[in-house]
Design a protein around this ligand. Structure first.
Ligand code: CS2
Length: 511
C-alpha cells in the first residue's frame, strides 16, 4: 500500500504516467452545483470540465483572456442521501482519480489514470440542507446540474408527471426548510434566489431520460405551482432547462480496485472511478447565465438534443437492459461475459439492427451500422466488469424510454417486435428473483413490492404455460410503466411475451 494519500500536497509523488490537472485549483470559486455526485458525474462531467479549465489556463489562452473565464467555474457536489462520497473525497479536498480502461490488441486489460481537480467541495443534503439551499440561491452559482438517476425525479415513468403521492414529495411539500428530493431542493433554492437576487439560472439534467430538460422543467414547475404560483412564473421567465444526451459506461468501482488503483497511482484514493474510453455529450445551448466552453472537452452544443437522446436511449440503454435481464438470469455476471455468448450477441445485434434502427431512420448524418458495431465493441470491453445486476436495477423507471418507444414505432410501422417481446419476457423472468442455477437475488426497484405482487407467482408455477400467459397479461396492467403504451400491447404481442417467458423458464437463456 502506498505511503501517501491522494491530496493536493502530494501530487508531485504520483506515479509517472498519471495525468494530473495542470491548473491552480486554489483559485477556483464555486459556479456549478451538481446534485447527485456519483460515479457517473465524476467520470463524465468531471473530466470534460477539467479539459475546459485546462483549455483556459494554457499559456496561449491566458495571454488572450483574464482568469475570470475559468476561476468562476468550480463545482460543488451534493449527495442527496449517502455520506460515502463526501467521507471519501473530503480528506482529499475533492480530488479523485478516473481510471480509463480497455484492452490492448491481445485482449490484455489496460488503464490510464487521471486525477481530476474541479470538485471543490461536497455536501450531503440531509446533513446540510440549508447550505445546499444557500448554494442554489447564491448568485455566483450559474448552473445546477443533476445526475440523480431515473427514480430521483419522483415522476411516473409512463407519462412523466410528478408523482405527488410519492412520500418524499409529500415530505418536501410540508418541509420547505429541509427537503429530501432534488425537485424540492431546486424549488426552495430558487424561491430564495428569486427573493435575494433574482438572477437567472440553468438547470441541467444529465440523466438517461427522454427530453431530460423538458421533464425536469415540468416537474419543477408542477411542484413550484403547488408552493407559490409567482415563483413558478419567475422560473419560467428566468431559468433554462437544456436537454442533453450523455454517454459513457461507468460501472461501480469494486472495493478490490481501490487497492489496485492505489498501487498504480502511488497514492491511496479512497474512492476512484472507472470508465470506458468512449465519451459523448450532446447538449442544447440554452444557458440562462453563461456556461463553460465544454466543447474543449468534446461536448457538442446543438439546438435540439432529442434525436441524439432517442438514438442513445434506444440503442445503448435499450440493448443494455436486454443484456442485463437475460444475462442476470443466465448467470452471466458482467456485460462482457454476456455479450461473448454467441447466441446472446446475435440476439442483441438483431434487436438493434431489425427492431431499433428502423425507428431511427429520421436521424441524418449517422451511420447506424457502424454505431451498432462500435456499441457491441464497447459492451465487449473486458476491463470494465460492468455487472449485469447493476444495470438490471430500477427496471420500472428505465423500460419506457428504453423499449416502449421503439415498440410503439415498430407497431405503427407494422415492423418486427419479436426481440423486444423477448426483452420484456426477460424482465418478467428476472423478476422471479433467482437465476438458472437457482441462486436468489434481490430485486432493487422502487416498485419492487408492487411488481412482485402483480407479476411473480409461486416458483412451482413459473414454468406453467398458462401462468406465463397470465403474467404477460398482468404486465400490461402495471400502469406506472405501461400506462400510455396500452395500445401497442396487442393480444398477439402479449401472447408472444408469455410464450417467451415460458421458453425462458423451461429451456432457459443459457441453453
Ligand atoms: C446503464 C447506463 O445502468 C444502466 O442502466 O444502461 O448507466 C449506461 O451504462 C450509460 O447510460 C451509458 O452511457
Amino acid at each position: 500500500m502506498p505511503a501517501v494519500k491522494l491530496h493536493p500536497d502530494n501530487l508531485s509523488r504520483l506515479a509517472v504516467g498519471v495525468r494530473c490537472f495542470q491548473y491552480d485549483r486554489t483559485k477556483l470559486k464555486s459556479g456549478i452545483v451538481h446534485l447527485g455526485i456519483g460515479a457517473f458525474m465524476r467520470a463524465h462531467l468531471g473530466p470534460i470540465h477539467d479539459a475546459f479549465i485546462e483549455s483556459q489556463t494554457s499559456p496561449a489562452a491566458l495571454s488572450e483572456r483574464d482568469e475570470g473565464h475559468w476561476t468562476k467555474w468550480g463545482i460543488v457536489g451534493v449527495s442527496l442521501r449517502q455520506t460515502d462520497t463526501r467521507d471519501a473525497l473530503t480528506p482529499q479536498e475533492g480530488l479523485y482519480t478516473l481510471g480509463i480502461r480497455d484492452a490492448d490488441q491481445d485482449g490484455k486489460p489496460r488503464q490510464v489514470l487521471q486525477v481530476i481537480g474541479c470538485v471543490r467541495q461536497i455536501l450531503v443534503a440531509p446533513d446540510s440542507s440549508q447550505a445546499v439551499l444557500d448554494q442554489i440561491a447564491h448568485p455566483d452559482i450559474k448552473i445546477v446540474s443533476l445526475t440523480i438517476t431515473e427514480k430521483g425525479y419522483c415522476h411516473t415513468p409512463a407519462d412523466g408527471t410528478l408523482h405527488f403521492a410519492h412520500p418524499d414529495i409529500q415530505h418536501d411539500l410540508a418541509h420547505p426548510e429541509s427537503p429530501r428530493t432534488a425537485i424540492g431542493f431546486i424549488v426552495y433554492g430558487l424561491a430564495a434566489r428569486k427573493r435575494q437576487s433574482g438572477s437567472p439560472l440553468t438547470l441541467m439534467s444529465l440523466d438517461n431520460l427522454p427530453s431530460n430538460g423538458h421533464l425536469l422543467k415540468s416537474l419543477v414547475l408542477a411542484f413550484a405551482r403547488k408552493y407559490d404560483s409567482d415563483l413558478a412564473h419567475w422560473i419560467e421567465q428566468r431559468c433554462t432547462f437544456p436537454c442533453s444526451m450523455v454517454d459513457r459506461i461507468v460501472p461501480r468501482t469494486p472495493q478490490a480496485d481501490i487497492n489496485k488503483i492505489a498501487g498504480a497511482l502511488n497514492a491511496l484514493d479512497n474512492w476512484p472511478v472507472i470508465a470506458e474510453p468512449f465519451i459523448d455529450w450532446v447538449i442544447e445551448d440554452e444557458f440562462a447565465a453563461g456556461r463553460p466552453d465544454w466543447a474543449a472537452g468534446g461536448a457538442r452544443f446543438v439546438k435540439n438534443a432529442t434525436p441524439w437522446e432517442t438514438l442513445k436511449l434506444r440503442m445503448v440503454n435499450g440493448a443494455h437492459s436486454g443484456i442485463a435481464y437475460l444475462g442476470s438470469v443466465a448467470g452471466w455476471s458482467t456485460v462482457d461475459i454476456a455479450i461473448k455468448q454467441p447466441e446472446l450477441r446475435a440476439c442483441i445485434e438483431a434487436l438493434l439492427r431489425d427492431e431499433v434502427e428502423p425507428t431511427l431512420s429520421s436521424l441524418s448524418g449517422i451511420n447506424l451500422a457502424s454505431y451498432r458495431d462500435s456499441l457491441l465493441a464497447r459492451f465487449a470491453n473486458p476491463a470494465l466488469a460492468h455487472r449485469t445486476q447493476q444495470i438490471a436495477m430500477d427496471g420500472s423507471q428505465k423500460i419506457p424510454q428504453r423499449w416502449l418507444g421503439t415498440l410503439t414505432d415498430q407497431s405503427n410501422m407494422k415492423g418486427e417486435t419479436k426481440l423486444l417481446s423477448l426483452c420484456l419476457a426477460g424482465w418478467l423472468r428476472y423478476l422471479q428473483g433467482y437465476d438458472e442455477a437457482g441462486n436468489r437475488y434481490e430485486i432493487s426497484d422502487p416498485l419492487a413490492d408492487d411488481l412482485k405482487k402483480k407479476l411473480v407467482v409461486a416458483p412451482a408455477l413459473d414454468g406453467d404455460r398458462q401462468s406465463c400467459q397470465a403474467r404477460a397479461r398482468a404486465l400490461c396492467q402495471v400502469e406506472t410503466v405501461f400506462g400510455q403504451y396500452g395500445a401497442v400491447l396487442t393480444d398477439d404481442l402479449i401472447e408472444l411475451v408469455g410464450h417467451h417467458l415460458y421458453l425462458l423458464n423451461t429451456i432457459g437463456v443459457s441453453k
